[in-house]
Write a protein that binds this ligand. Sequence first.
Ligand code: NAD
Length: 256
Amino acid sequence: MQLKGKTAVVTGSTSGIGLGIALRLAHAGANLILNGFGDVDEAVAQVAAHGVKVGHHPADVSDVTHIADLFAYAEREFGGVDILVNNAGIQHVAAVEDFPVERWDAIIAINLSAVFHTTRLALPGMRERGWGRIVNIASVHGQVGSVGKAAYVAAKHGVIGLTKVVGLETATSNVTCNAICPGWVLTPLVQKQIDARIAGGTDPQQARQDLLAEKQPSLSFVTPDHLGELVLFLCSEAGSQVRGAAWNVDGGWLAQ
Ligand code: NAD
């Protein structure tokens, strides 16, 4: 129960990686503010099963006024935010010349600008209370490109840059800021890309194998549990001198 008494906000925590991280933090005793769309009740019930205080805030993180409202709610109902996990993210795959402008704007708003807004709103309270952890779920695509992912790759490179600056600006304090760079994790976001291969005539098992074989040498998916454990480490005393890092959990993707 190393995080008992702390409050964590995990954006985009109603499914996939965010829910996995929220469950791990709750298991370690943290109170949780969930965020995101879809099956909210199911996500809240899973986290509440750990016996911690749980809330859900419906902020659309592409809207700065919603993010301000999320932080006002956290202050009012939980007494502030000690752990901020910026996880909400979306994807769209298309060549640059065909990339819908509206999708570019949405990806930059959700995957990058939201991280700036949550961070600037979380930092004063963390500094005041003398402890804080900011973990940004970036991607291998924060360090290398892939065809068709212009907006996502640009946003994730931006997140790693922002992480370095916040890591430096908090370097002499008990607040740390780091990024985690997952390779393929089998979540709804990636399932859509597998479905596109299936729609092109590949059978489902083969589509998953092909996706892994192209990029991920382990030929196995990273899991939300793997990422949740790393978040816990970054929240621990042993993780307190990891600052401004971009930590790969990618089955060897970036070693190539
Ligand atoms: P997912 O689609 O399963 O979950 C995304 C979550 O974000 C959901 O809870 C959704 O409701 C929420 N969300 C989407 N738009 C939102 C908005 N405007 N406001 C608030 N919440 C919103 O995706 P995932 O694969 O779990 O991705 C989570 C993060 O991990 C993303 O930042 C993604 O870029 C990153 N990531 C994923 C992979 C992967 O292989 N799945 C790899 C590297 C990085």
